[in-house]
Design a protein around this ligand. Structure first.
Ligand SMILES: CC(C)(COP(=O)(O)OP(=O)(O)OC[C@H]1O[C@@H](n2cnc3c(N)ncnc32)[C@H](O)[C@@H]1OP(=O)(O)O)[C@@H](O)C(=O)NCCC(=O)NCCS
Length: 148
């Protein structure tokens, strides 16, 4: 969060508002106080139908309050408005709290696991996990009173 927030104009994420965005969650600690930023998430439209999620982070002192869930709901809404039918993200295998969050919010692990090997990590590879959520509405018939 500090890296992106250091760029006050968030130029990368806001250079094309039709396909990218950077959302922040603010809280007002007390009446009359200025709001503070406690979480963020970024997204980018990668194809006509897919949004990639990035930069999900919540301030350590405000975790467990549902802030990430609210941020994800906002991204859902924006993705739907952009005509997208799925959201995906890549996280690392040890980030279990993040994986729990995404599963709780309707994402599923993709079967493919990535072993990312960079020059700096040529011995200890980091396992990346891809997760995906379909935004397609399940058009099941809703029973009306007469069916019951
Ligand atoms: C992961 C993270 C964004 C969660 O933010 P948060 O605001 O605390 O999450 P929420 O309060 O909205 O929790 C939503 C769900 O996530 C899961 N979850 C969140 N934190 C968890 C934890 N520490 N352990 C297990 N599950 C967790 C729970 O299922 C929770 O739902 P529930 O409380 O109804 O059961 C936050 O811990 C964080 O910033 N971590 C460090 C950065 C990071 O890992 N970012 C993700 C990169 S992909």
């Amino acid at each position: 969060m500090k890296t992106d927030m250091a760029d006050s104009r968030l130029a990368y994420w806001t250079c094309d508002e039709r396909s990218r965005g950077f959302l922040v969650a603010e809280i007002t600690p007390d009446v009359g106080m200025s709001p503070i930023i406690v979480g963020c998430v970024a997204f980018k439209k990668k194809t006509d139908t897919e949004i990639e999620l990035n930069r999900m982070s919540v301030d350590y002192n405000f975790r467990g309050c549902g802030i990430a869930k609210v941020l994800l709901e906002k991204v859902n809404d924006l993705a739907a408005k952009l005509g997208c039918t799925s959201i995906y993200l890549v996280t690392t295998a040890p980030q279990q709290a993040a994986q729990n969050l995404y599963i709780r919010c309707g994402f599923a692990l993709c079967s493919k696991l990535y072993l990312h090997v960079t020059p700096l990590h040529c011995i200890h590879g980091i396992k990346y996990v891809e997760m995906r959520k379909s935004l397609q509405v399940n058009l099941q018939k809703i029973p009306d009173a007469g069916d019951r």
